[in-house]
Design a protein around this ligand. Structure first.
Ligand code: ZN
Ligand code: ZN
Length: 341
């Protein structure tokens, strides 16, 4: 089979590899499509630690072609989305439904202490328990189950109440999914802050009540004209500055959700008296759980979340490098690789 392999920092090439075989409790999936994520980009650039060679790709969907011994509930021919992790199943986090924090989490094509080959390949080997049936949902749409599952995890962490005012800082593919996930989960007024014109337009098309260009007027100034309070401010950029901004606009009793991946070992300034006196919460959200993944598939199958406007590039395996280049320039939105193209 062909696979896109990161052989070293900044080097990716298509190689011929042996097709994986399903071991006990495993399945082999013929990859229909796989989304390209910033995590893949960071693995490629060497900014997330990983051992090379490595096949990235953790946002995949396809058709089951083989199941191993002991597998029940899924069989060859099934159309599925792939949850890109193998939680241990018996640590204190797995026991309480927080598999994203598993003490022994193995990632499939994503970031983790141990990384198995992912889905920028014609076939991927996965635990059968990681598969979620997608019915007749297209593979391209089903690739969004992973990032949307992360967004639903974020909505859970923000603990919103129906009618809450939500501000989202950043309207990349994730910000645009977060917008829809919050709206589908009961958000009242939504505001999206984003400097790139076409991303703001897409946010408005997808239902944002207000869109703000923070380079024209700083968000903290503008937001006060638009809404009377901010119950949840979501940072979907991953920069210390924008986290501070999100925290600064959060109203008393509200929550700031740190969703974007910030650089490590940075610091932000917050006034602890504010946290105390105004009961402000600063909450993290990391990755997804099998539960939020499954709910994401439900949202996608039910048409509650629109993903077509988010896809701005379609590639075969050899196009992965071009996709990475475009991500470096923040060009477009989501890129999708179809290994069989
Ligand atoms: Zn991802
Ligand atoms: Zn565990």
């Amino acid at each position: 089979m062909r696979a896109a392999v990161i052989t070293d920092r900044d080097e990716v090439s298509v190689e011929e590899r042996e097709r994986p075989a399903a071991g006990p409790d495993e399945a082999v999936v013929r990859v229909g499509a796989c989304g390209v994520c910033m995590t893949d980009y960071h693995l490629y650039r060497g900014t997330f630690p990983a051992e090379f060679p490595l096949v990235p790709g953790h946002e995949s969907a396809g058709e089951v072609v083989e199941v191993g011994e002991g597998v029940t509930g899924v069989e060859a021919g099934d159309r599925v989305a792939v949850y890109p992790g193998r939680p241990c199943g018996d640590c204190r986090f797995c026991d309480t439904g927080r598999q994203n924090l598993c003490e022994d989490l193995v990632a499939i094509g994503g970031a983790g202490d141990e990384i198995l080959d992912g889905a920028f390949a014609e076939y991927v080997r996965v635990p059968a328990a990681s598969l979620e049936p997608i019915g007749d949902l297209s593979y391209e749409k089903a690739t969004f189950a992973e990032p949307l599952g992360c967004c639903i995890r974020g909505v859970d962490q923000a603990d919103i109440e129906t009618g809450d005012t939500v501000v989202i800082v950043g309207a990349g593919p994730i910000g645009l999914l977060l917008l829809q996930a919050f709206r589908a989960s009961g958000a009242g007024t939504t505001v999206v802050s984003e400097p790139v014109d076409h991303r703001r337009e897409t946010a408005a098309d997808l239902g944002a009540d207000h869109v703000v260009d923070p380079t024209a007027t700083p968000l903290p100034e503008r937001v006060g004209d638009l809404v009377d309070r901010v119950d949840v401010a979501v940072e979907a950029v991953g920069l210390p500055d924008t986290i501070e901004t999100a925290h600064s606009i959060t109203s008393a009793g509200g929550t700031t959700l740190v969703f974007g991946v910030p650089p490590q070992n940075e610091t932000i300034e917050i006034d602890p008296f504010d946290v105390y006196y105004r009961e402000l919460e600063l909450v993290g959200t990391f990755a997804l759980t099998p539960n939020t993944f499954s709910r994401a598939v439900t949202f996608l199958r039910g048409g509650r979340v629109e993903v077509d406007p988010l896809v701005t590039g379609r590639f075969d395996l050899s196009g992965l490098e071009t996709a990475f280049d475009r991500m470096a320039d923040s060009e477009g939105l989501k890129k999708i690789v179809s290994p069989g193209r």
